[in-house]
Design a protein around this ligand. Structure first.
Ligand code: ATP
Ligand code: MG
Length: 870
C-alpha cells in the first residue's frame, strides 16, 4: 500500500466515525513558553483538553507534523542509528474532546488495523498501565485491560510501567494512562527463538510500538501535583512512517516509499550506495531524515538562526552536513538538492512545501555552504592544535574552544584525532561543556508559580478593538522570577482592552487604577496559548476589587500606524517586486517597523522609491479601515485575503482591508490611512539567503527624522557661513582640500630630497659598512623613501632612523641586500630588539623593517644602541 493511501485510509476511516478531518497545524509553536515545536499530535489541541477553548467538533482526526528534537521528547541522537525514530514524523491521530472514551478508542483502533489495513492479528501486542506506588499513587488501568480482552488473547496484553504507559506532554499539562499497540515484524525463525513479549519496549528495531492510545484524564500542575481534568478525552497517535513499514512489509522506515526517493537521490549525488557500509548508511539515513525536518520548519516560517527554535533547526541541519562531510566525502552543499524530490513526494499532502520550494532550497544551500566553510576553518585550527600538542592527548579546553568559538563539532574532532592516533581528553571537554551550560542556565532560569485563582472565569474577553479603557476584575495571578526581569507578576482579567503581543505587533502598555487612587503599571501584555497575560512589577493591593484598566494610547496609536503601514508595504512589495514576495517575519513597534520577505536580489534604489511612493499614495488616498470579525476562513480567502504560511488560523478569522490590501490579521490598525501621516524606508538589506529586510518609520518617527535631518542641515549650512548654495560650497571646500593635500605631498617630497643630500654627507664608514643612525623630521613614508633612495646608491648601507609622529615613535632600519647576505644581518630582528627602547614592537623583511612604539623619548637610546650591531 502506497504511503499516500495509508494516510488517506486512516483519515477516511475516522471520517466514517463522524470525525472532522483537519489539516496539520504548523510545527513551530508561538505563544507557548513550555514548548518550541509540536512534539505530539495532541499539542495543537492542548487548549481543548484544558478546557480553555472549545473545539469546532468534539471528534477530530488528522495527520500532524511532529518534531522531537528538544525538551522532554528528544530523539535526535537516535536518528540515523536506528531505523524507526525520526526528527520529523507524521502522527496520525483521532481525538475525542469529552465525547467517546476507552471503549470506542480501542474498538476502532483494532478495527482499523486488522480489518481496514488487514494487519495479521498474530503480530500484534498491546500494553496497559500497571499503576504506580509513587507520590502519584495511581491504580492499574483495569478498564482498558477488560476492553482489550474482547479483541486479543490475554497473554498478548502486557502491563507496563509509568515510563511507557503514562503519557505526559512535558513537565506540565494534560496527561493520563495509555495503551500502546506494538508489532512484531521479525522473521519466523527469529520469532521461534525469542518470545516477542520479552522484546516489547526494549528498543528492538523489529518489535516496535506503532500506536499509542492515551486516555487523557489529568492535568500535571507546576508543583507536580495531578489534578483531574473537567472532562475525559481520547488522544491517539500512530507513527505514520512506522505504519508504512508494516504495511509495505519492510524492516525499516527508510525502506518505505516515504524515504526511498530521497535516498536514491542521495546515492545519485554522492555516488555511494545505501546498504553497503554501516557508516555510509547512517549518514544517508541522517540526511534523508534531517532534510525533512529542516524543509518543513522553513516552510512553517522558522529559518535557521542563532537562538531559540531557529537554533534547534540550525543544529539539525549542521548534524546532517557533518555526516555528509565525514562519511559521504561531500565537501559541497548537497542537502538542498533533495528538496525537489521531497516536495514532489510530500507536496500533495503538505502544499506549503511545494509553494516555498525555491526559498527552502536557497536557505538550506546558504546554511550548508557557510557551515562547510566553518568546518574547513576548523580543520585548519585543529591541525594547528595537533601540531602544538605534546604527548598523545589533546586537552579538553582546546577541543572546547574549537567547539564553542568556531562551532566545530566535538565528535568530528574526536574522529580526526583518532585517525592521527591522538586521544581527546573527553572528561576535560565535558567539564567545560558543563560549566558553560551552568552559565547559560543560570542566566535564563525562570521559576513560575502556580496560578492563584481569585474566581473561575472561562471566557476571558478581549475588547481592545473597540475600546482602550474598561472596568476589569483580576481572575487569577502568579509570580514569575527570572534572572533577566527579576520578580514579575502576571495578571489575567475577566476581560481586557490590552492587546497582547502577536502578529508582529508589540503588546499594549498602560495602567490599572483602583478606587483608592493607587496605580499599577502594566509593562507589557502577552499571550500564552489563548490566555492574555498582563505583566507588572508589583501586585495590586486590593486584588478582589474592580479596576479601571487604561491602555497607553500613544504607544498604541504609534504601533497601529506602523502596523497598517506594514500591510501597505506588503501590498507594495507584491505589486512592485512581484507575487513571489511572501512575508517571512514582521515586527511592529511604536517607533518603527521591520518587515522580512522572500525575494532573491537586492531591492534597487528605484524600486525602493517606487515602494515608498506606492505606500504614501495610499496614505494620501485616506483609505478607511474595513474590518470584519468572525468571517469563515474559506470566505476570507475567497475574497482575496492574504494568509501566511506557518500561522495557525481558527475556523473564523478577522480580515483587515484598506483599499485593495486585505489580510487576515488580529492586530490593531488605524481608522484611516491618513493617520499614518507619512511612510519612510530607512534601510534595506539581506537577513538570510533569499530573505530581505526593510525597516521603515511612520508618523511621529518620520517627523522626528525630518526634524533631525533639518537641524543637521542648518548646522552644516551655518558652518559654511550660510552659503546660498551649500552643496556647491561643500564641493568647493572638498576641492580645495584635495589641492592642498597634493601640495603638501610635493613639499614633503622636496624636503626628503634635500634631507637625502645632507644625509649622504653624514654617512660614516665602520668596518666597510656605510652607517648612519639619526632622528629625522619626516613621516613614516618619507623615511622609507629616503632609505630606498640612498639604498639605490650604496651597496653596503646600514641605516637606522627614528622619527616622531603624533606623539608616537617610529624606528626604521634599512640594510643593503648584499650585507644581509654576507653578514647575516636582519632588519626585522634589529627593529624588534631596538623597539624595546620605544616601548613598541614591529617587524618586516630582512632588508627593511619598521617598529612603532609609545615612547618617543627612547628614540635617542635606540639610535645609540644601533651601533652595537656593527
Ligand atoms: P518510542 O518508545 O518508540 O520512542 P514513544 O513512546 O516515544 O515511542 P509516543 O510518544 O507514544 O511514542 O508517540 C506515539 C507514536 O508516534 C508512537 O507509537 C510511534 O509510532 C510514533 N513515534 C514516536 N516517536 C517517533 C519518532 N521519533 N519517529 C517516528 N515515529 C515516532
Ligand atoms: Mg520516544
Amino acid at each position: 500500500m502506497k504511503s499516500q493511501d495509508v494516510r488517506s485510509k486512516f483519515l477516511k476511516f475516522f471520517e466514517g466515525k463522524q470525525h472532522l478531518i483537519v489539516p496539520s497545524a504548523p510545527m513551530v509553536l508561538k505563544n507557548d513558553p513550555t514548548l518550541m515545536f509540536v512534539n505530539a499530535g495532541m499539542v495543537p489541541f492542548k487548549e481543548y483538553f484544558l478546557g480553555n477553548s472549545e473545539p469546532k467538533k468534539n471528534r477530530i482526526s488528522d495527520s500532524q507534523k511532529c518534531l522531537r528534537v528538544s525538551g522532554k521528547h528528544n530523539d535526535l541522537e537516535e536518528v540515523g542509528y536506528d531505523t524507526y525514530h525520526h526528527t520529523l514524523f507524521e502522527m496520525l491521530g483521532n481525538w475525542s474532546f469529552g465525547d467517546y472514551f476507552k471503549e470506542e478508542a480501542i474498538a476502532w483502533a483494532w478495527e482499523l488495523l486488522t480489518e481496514v489495513y488487514g494487519i495479521d492479528k498474530s503480530i500484534l501486542y498491546v500494553t496497559v498501565f500497571e499503576g504506580s506506588d509513587d507520590e502519584d499513587n495511581l491504580k492499574m488501568d483495569t478498564e482498558a485491560y477488560d476492553i482489550w480482552k474482547k479483541y486479543i488473547s490475554e497473554d498478548r496484553i502486557l502491563k507496563g510501567n509509568k515510563k511507557d504507559n503514562f503519557w505526559e506532554m512535558g513537565d506540565q499539562g494534560p496527561c493520563g494512562p495509555c495503551s500502546e499497540i506494538h508489532v512484531d515484524i521479525r522473521s519466523a525463525e527469529e520469532k521461534a527463538k525469542v518470545d516477542a513479549k520479552t522484546l516489547i519496549n526494549m528498543d528492538h528495531p523489529h518489535v516496535v510500538e506503532i500506536w499509542n492510545l492515551v486516555f487523557m484524564q489529568y492535568n500535571r500542575k507546576a508543583n507536580g501535583v495531578l489534578e483531574a481534568l473537567p472532562n475525559k478525552h481520547i488522544d491517539t497517535g500512530m507513527g505514520f512512517e512506522r505504519l508504512c513499514m508494516v504495511l509495505q512489509d519492510v524492516q525499516s522506515n527508510y525502506d518505505t516509499d516515504v524515504f526511498t526517493p530521497i535516498i536514491r537521490e542521495i546515492e545519485t549525488i554522492t555516488g555511494k550506495t545505501y546498504g553497503d557500509n554501516e557508516e555510509v548508511d547512517i549518514a544517508i539515513r541522517v540526511i534523508s531524515d534531517h532534510v525533512r525536518a529542516v524543509a518543513f520548519s522553513i516552510a512553517d516560517g522558522q529559518l535557521p538562526s542563532n537562538t531559540g527554535s531557529g537554533y534547534v533547526i540550525r543544529r539539525i541541519l549542521r548534524r546532517a552536513v557533518r555526516y555528509g562531510f565525514t562519511f559521504l566525502d561531500k565537501k559541497e552543499p548537497l542537502i538542498y538538492r533533495l528538496v525537489d524530490v521531497l516536495s514532489k513526494k510530500m507536496g500533495e499532502a503538505f502544499p506549503e512545501i511545494r509553494a516555498q520550494k525555491v526559498l527552502i532550497e536557497n536557505v538550506i544551500k546558504e546554511e550548508e555552504a557557510s557551515f562547510l566553510r566553518t568546518l574547513d576553518q576548523g580543520l585548519v585550527l585543529l591541525n594547528r592544535i595537533v601540531e602544538e600538542t605534546k604527548g598523545d592527548t589533546v586537552s579538553g579546553e582546546k577541543a572546547f574552544e574549537l567547539y564553542d568559538t568556531y562551532g566545530f563539532p566535538i565528535d568530528l574532532t574526536a574522529l580526526i584525532l583518532s585517525e592521527k592516533n591522538l586521544k581527546l581528553d573527553e572528561k576535560g571537554f565535558n567539564e567545560q561543556l558543563q560549566k558553560q551550560k551552568e552559565r547559560s542556565r543560570s542566566a535564563s532560569e525562570t521559576s513560575t508559580e502556580d496560578w492563584t485563582v481569585l474566581f473561575e472565569d472561562d471566557v476571558q474577553e478581549f475588547i481592545g478593538y473597540d475600546t482602550q479603557e474598561a472596568n476589569v476584575k483580576i481572575a487569577k495571578y502568579r509570580k514569575v522570577t527570572s534572572k533577566k526581569d527579576g520578580e514579575m507578576y502576571q495578571l489575567v482579567f475577566n476581560l481586557t482592552p490590552f492587546y497582547p503581543e502577536g502578529g508582529g505587533q508589540v503588546g499594549d502598555k498602560g495602567v490599572l487604577q483602583d478606587t483608592h487612587g493607587d496605580v499599577v503599571y502594566i509593562l507589557d501584555t502577552k499571550k500564552e496559548n489563548n490566555v492574555i497575560i498582563h505583566l507588572c512589577k508589583n501586585l495590586p493591593e486590593h486584588l478582589n476589587e474592580s479596576f479601571k484598566a487604561v491602555v497607553n494610547s500613544e504607544h498604541r496609536a504609534l504601533s497601529s500606524s506602523n502596523h497598517t503601514a506594514t500591510h501597505l508595504l506588503h501590498q507594495a512589495l507584491r505589486t512592485v517586486l512581484g507575487e513571489h514576495v511572501e512575508q517571512k517575519g514582521s515586527l511592529v513597534k511604536p517607533k518603527s517597523l521591520r518587515f522580512d520577505f522572500s525575494h532573491f536580489s537586492k531591492v534597487t534604489p528605484e524600486q525602493l522609491q517606487e515602494i515608498e511612493d506606492f505606500v504614501n499614495a495610499r496614505i494620501e488616498g485616506k483609505l478607511p479601515l474595513e474590518e470584519h470579525r468572525n468571517i469563515p476562513m474559506e470566505k476570507a480567502i475567497e475574497e482575496g485575503a492574504m494568509a501566511l504560511f506557518g500561522e495557525k488560523y481558527g475556523d473564523t478569522v478577522r480580515t483587515i482591508r484598506f483599499g485593495k490590501s486585505m489580510e487576515l490579521c488580529g492586530g490593531i490598525h488605524v481608522k484611516n490611512t491618513s493617520d499614518i501621516w507619512h511612510f519612510k524606508i530607512v534601510s534595506e538589506g539581506a537577513v538570510a539567503a533569499g530573505i530581505r529586510r526593510i525597516e521603515a518609520i511612520t508618523n511621529k518617527s518620520v517627523r522626528d527624522y525630518f526634524a533631525e535631518n533639518n537641524t543637521a542641515y542648518l548646522e552644516m549650512k551655518g558652518l559654511l557661513n550660510n552659503a546660498k548654495e551649500p552643496i556647491k560650497a561643500l564641493e568647493n571646500l572638498q576641492g580645495e582640500n584635495s589641492d592642498l593635500k597634493k601640495q603638501i605631498e610635493e613639499l614633503l617630497k622636496d624636503k626628503a630630497k634635500n634631507i637625502k643630500g645632507e644625509l649622504k654627507s653624514e654617512l660614516t664608514e665602520i668596518n666597510g659598512i656605510q652607517f648612519l643612525a639619526k632622528k629625522l623630521d619626516l613621516d613614516a613614508s618619507g623615511v622609507k623613501d629616503v632609505c630606498f633612495e640612498l639604498g639605490s646608491q650604496f651597496e653596503n648601507l646600514f641605516l637606522i632612523f627614528g622619527a616622531e609622529n603624533d606623539g608616537k615613535a617610529i624606528l626604521s632600519c634599512y640594510i643593503s641586500k648584499e650585507l644581509v647576505a654576507s653578514k647575516g644581518l636582519n632588519a626585522g630582528t634589529i627593529v624588534r630588539e631596538l623597539g624595546k627602547h620605544i616601548q613598541g614592537g614591529g617587524g618586516g623583511q630582512p632588508f627593511f623593517a619598521t617598529a612603532g612604539g609609545k615612547n618617543p623619548n627612547g628614540i635617542e637610546a635606540a639610535l645609540e644602541a644601533a651601533k652595537d650591531y656593527l
